[in-house]
Design a protein around this ligand. Structure first.
Ligand code: PLP
Length: 428
């Protein structure tokens, strides 16, 4: 059996506490290499660990004395112990904002927090996943960093590659928002628009990997996907640490491929296993836009399989019609007693403006999706407003200005005179 042939990684290895890749379907184990599908059953591979044993208090102190970025959790990630000394963008430890005004507006009484990942180096949560994939690429001696992207990932890869001295070549659907395109191009790598949807881009990238052209390429979300995914665990770690080493009752997470949601759940379960938080039930909720809602559609129909859709929504960063981790998202929502919901584009815009006017946080459309879904979950009785709730904002509104531009204009444009100001009716 392959399991016996995989040596357990020692803590000074390039992958820290990670011991192997393991298949999420059949459990077969593989060495830590740039692999992403099980050779036995084609199931997706994920990183398996020998997590630190011993006193949780010692581990907690070690984490708390670490840097104010994701590397404070290096003992729980597939990275070398000296990772913080290597050139990387060092994302993470973003703000957990207590959102009392929004809570009042939505009727949440148990405490509401926004995990605001727009504060990352390229203004989305994608810097977390890229940071881990980049370290894997470095270890594997890959020289070109690449990805198929719905927008934010392209910018995160371009920036991280620039800083770490990799060549980069990233692929996006041709019709993305201006803010995403410019952010993907500005770091100086190659940026290729593909005439098609994200799912077409992703298929193209899989072909490229199989071709000699792709030799030496690290596609962060394809052949490095097992490592990439682990970056999302840091959201779970940070949320619990920032709550004072506690689990929330409810957590609302956006779904594109579903990777982030599944890895946040993995991170929460690890914290329980390590004794870093007290075990209690928590509910995981997934959020989609109605115009790309393959997972919520399956959830509501009680299906285990996710039927692909052709996306049509302003929430382009979540527009994956055939989400790779969709079935695992369904499992987690059902196991934890959560749900998967969707909101219309109009509700997305309303939610962006609601979050902005109540908390001073300008979210991209994905954040409008999570806040809009939170509101809908409460209104439909699917989420208990007496529970402590965390909702994710995964990106920055400056990248999706078009969503709110038509309804966010100056109150008045006047000559620079007091008379004109009075005449505009703004003198109080
Ligand atoms: C990529 C992305 C997500 C979620 O991605 P998954 O593929 O589900 O991990 C959420 N929000 C934003 C802004 C993103 O760019």
């Amino acid at each position: 059996m392959a399991a016996q042939t995989v040596a357990s990684a020692s803590t000074d290895s390039a992958f820290g506490p990670a011991s192997a890749l393991s298949c999420r379907e059949c459990g077969e184990r593989f060495p830590l290499e740039p692999l992403f599908a099980c050779e036995a059953c084609f199931g997706p591979l994920e990183v398996a660990y020998d997590l630190p044993s011993g006193d949780p208090e010692t581990l907690r102190k070690r984490i708390e004395s670490g840097p104010n970025n994701i590397w404070r959790y290096a003992p729980l990630l597939p990275v070398p112990a000296d990772v913080a000394s290597k050139p990387n963008l060092n994302p993470g430890f973003t703000k957990l904002v207590k959102a009392d005004n929004l809570a009042r507006e939505l009727g949440v009484t148990g405490g509401l927090h926004i995990k605001d990942d727009s504060g990352n180096p390229t203004h989305s949560f994608k810097d977390r996943v890229v940071a881990i994939a980049l370290e894997a690429a470095r270890t594997f001696g890959l020289t070109t960093l690449s990805c198929s992207s719905t927008g934010n990932l392209a910018g995160a890869v371009g920036a991280a590659a620039a800083r770490a001295g990799f060549r980069s070549c990233v692929f996006i659907p041709h019709d993305l928002e201006e803010g995403k395109v410019v952010m993907a191009a500005v770091y100086g790598g190659e940026l290729v628009g593909i005439e098609g949807t994200y799912d077409d881009v992703n298929r193209f990238c899989s072909e490229l990997i199989g071709d000699p052209i792709g030799e030496g390429w690290g596609f962060v979300n394809v052949n490095l996907r097992p490592y990439y995914g682990e970056g999302s665990k840091t959201l779970a770690y940070e949320i619990c640490e920032q709550l004072g080493w506690r689990l929330p009752d409810n957590i609302v997470i956006p779904i594109a491929s579903g990777s982030q949601l599944t890895k946040i759940d993995k991170g929460l379960r690890e914290l329980i296993e390590l004794g870093l938080v007290e075990e209690k039930p928590y509910r995981v909720y997934g959020a989609q836009a109605e115009g790309c809602s393959p997972v919520s559609t399956a959830f509501k129909a009680g299906h285990d399989v996710v039927r692909p859709q052709k996306p049509n929504t302003i929430a382009k960063s979540l527009a994956i019609g055939n989400p790779a981790d969709g079935p695992y998202v369904l499992d987690i929502a059902r196991r934890t007693g959560g749900a998967v919901e969707d909101v219309t584009d109009e509700q997305v815009v309303d939610a962006i403006k609601l979050l902005a006017r109540t908390e001073g946080i300008f979210a991209e459309t994905a954040g409008g999706v999570t806040v809009g879904v939170l509101r809908k979950l409460i209104e439909t009785g699917q989420l208990d407003p007496a529970g402590e709730t965390v909702v994710l904002n995964t990106g920055d509104g400056l990248k999706t200005l078009d969503a709110v531009a038509p309804t966010s204009r100056p109150t008045a444009t006047i000559r620079p005179s007091l008379d004109a100001f009075r005449a505009a009716g703004l003198a109080g």
